[in-house]
Design a protein around this ligand. Structure first.
Ligand SMILES: O=P(O)(O)O[C@@H]1C[C@H](O)[C@@H](CO)O1
Ligand SMILES: Nc1nc2[nH]cnc2c(=O)[nH]1
Length: 324
C-alpha cells in the first residue's frame, strides 16, 4: 500500500519508510561467480518503473547534493520526496548531512530530480553501487547532471566558502584499479572504453563563470582539478603535499566515479566543489578538519548556491547547452 504525505509549506508530497514498504519487488540482480554481485539492466528497470509510478512526469535534470548541500533540493517547486529506503534496489544513506531521499520537482521550470544524499565508497559500497542512481536518472530521462560536493582546498589561493568549477579530475582510485565500470559492460548504457577527456562540459563552465559574476560571486569562484580518495579519514600532510604536486586543486571522497558513470551513458555533466576547509600542509598547524565544519560551511553558503544553481540551469536550457 502506498501513501503520499503532504509537506508543510511546499505544496508537495513525501513518501517515507513504512508507507510503501508493502510494495513487493523482485530482485533480478545477478551474481557472477568470478566478479560477484552486479545490477542488471532489468533490475534497474524495476527501480525506474517504481519511480515512474510515483511521479507523474520525467526529469530532464539531475542534481547530486554534496555533504551539507541537501538544501539545494529546496529549489524545487512542488516537491515529491521519496525516501531511499522505499525504493527497490536503492542503497541506504549512512552519512550525516546526506538525508537519503530522491526529491522530484521543478527547478527554474525544468523537471528535475535531486539526490538528497549520495553513496560513498567508505560507507562500504563498491563504486558501481555508489553510481547506481546515475543510471537510474539516465533511464528516467535525465540529460543534464549537476554534481556537487564538499572538498578540501589544495590550491593555496582558495578560501573556505569558495566555489570550484571542476574542469577535470584525477582518478586516483582508478590508478589502483578500482572503477565503477568494472565488470561486464552493457552497451545499452555505453561503450566498453569510454573517452574521458571531455568529461566536464566546457560551455557550461564558461556560462557558470558568467552567472557567478552576474550574481556577485565572481571573486569566490575558480576552475580547477578535483581528486577523490576513498576516505573516510582526512588526509595526512604528506598525502596533501603529494596531491598538490600532482596538480589537484581540491580533494574529496566522491564525484569522480559518478562523473565516469554519467559520461559513460552520455550525460552532459557539470560539477562544482564547495571548498569547506583548507587542506593543512604544514606540520606546525594544529587545525583539524572535521565533518561538522564541512556541513557548517555548506549551510553558510546555501543561499548563494541555490541562487547560482537556479540561474545557471535556466540559462543552460535557454541556450540549449549540452543538449544532444
Ligand atoms: O559527499 P561529499 O563528497 O560532498 O562529502 C565530502 C566527503 C565526505 O563524505 C565528507 C567529509 O566531511 O564531505
Ligand atoms: N578527502 C577529503 N574530503 C573532504 N571533504 C571535505 N573536505 C575534505 C578534505 O579535506 N579531504
Amino acid at each position: 500500500m502506498s501513501t503520499l504525505k503532504f509537506m508543510n509549506g511546499h505544496g508537495g508530497a513525501k513518501i517515507t519508510n513504512g508507507t510503501i514498504n508493502g510494495d513487493a519487488h523482485v530482485h533480478k540482480d545477478v551474481f557472477h561467480p568470478e566478479i560477484g554481485h552486479r545490477y542488471t539492466y532489468e533490475s534497474l528497470q524495476e527501480t525506474v518503473e517504481f519511480l515512474r509510478s510515483k511521479v507523474p512526469y520525467l526529469p530532464e535534470v539531475g542534481v547530486i547534493c554534496g555533504s551539507g548541500l541537501g538544501s539545494l533540493a529546496e529549489c524545487l517547486d512542488n516537491p515529491i520526496e521519496i525516501s531511499y529506503d522505499c525504493i527497490p534496489h536503492f542503497p541506504r544513506s549512512t552519512v550525516k548531512g546526506h538525508v537519503g531521499a530522491l526529491v522530484f520537482g521543478f527547478m527554474s521550470g525544468l523537471p528535475t530530480v535531486c539526490m538528497k544524499g549520495r553513496f560513498h565508497y567508505y560507507e562500504g559500497y563498491p563504486l558501481w553501487k555508489c553510481c547506481m542512481p546515475i543510471r537510474i536518472m539516465k533511464l528516467l530521462g535525465v540529460s543534464h547532471l549537476f554534481i556537487t560536493n564538499a572538498a578540501g582546498g589544495l590550491n593555496p589561493s582558495f578560501r573556505v566558502g569558495d566555489i570550484m568549477f571542476v574542469k577535470d579530475h584525477i582518478n586516483l582510485m582508478g590508478f589502483a584499479g578500482n572503477n565503477p565500470l568494472q565488470g561486464p559492460n552493457d552497451e545499452r548504457f555505453g561503450p566498453r572504453f569510454p573517452p574521458m577527456n571531455q568529461a566536464y562540459n566546457r560551455e557550461i563552465i564558461k556560462l557558470a563563470n558568467k552567472v557567478a559574476k552576474d550574481i556577485g560571486l565572481g571573486d569566490r569562484v575558480h576552475e580547477g582539478v578535483y581528486t577523490c580518495l576513498g576516505g573516510p579519514n582526512f588526509e595526512t600532510v604528506a598525502e596533501l603535499r603529494m596531491l598538490q604536486m600532482l596538480g589537484a586543486d581540491a580533494v574529496g571522497m566522491s564525484t569522480v566515479h559518478e562523473v565516469i558513470t554519467a559520461n559513460h551513458c552520455d550525460m552532459t555533466v557539470f560539477v562544482f566543489s564547495l571548498i569547506t576547509n583548507e587542506c593543512i600542509v604544514e606540520y606546525e598547524s594544529l587545525a583539524k578538519p572535521s565533518h561538522e565544519e564541512v556541513i557548517d560551511v555548506g549551510t553558510q553558503r546555501e543561499n548563494s548556491l541555490k541562487q547560482f544553481v537556479k540561474e545557471l540551469l535556466k540559462q543552460i536550457f535557454e541556450n540549449r547547452i549540452g543538449t544532444k
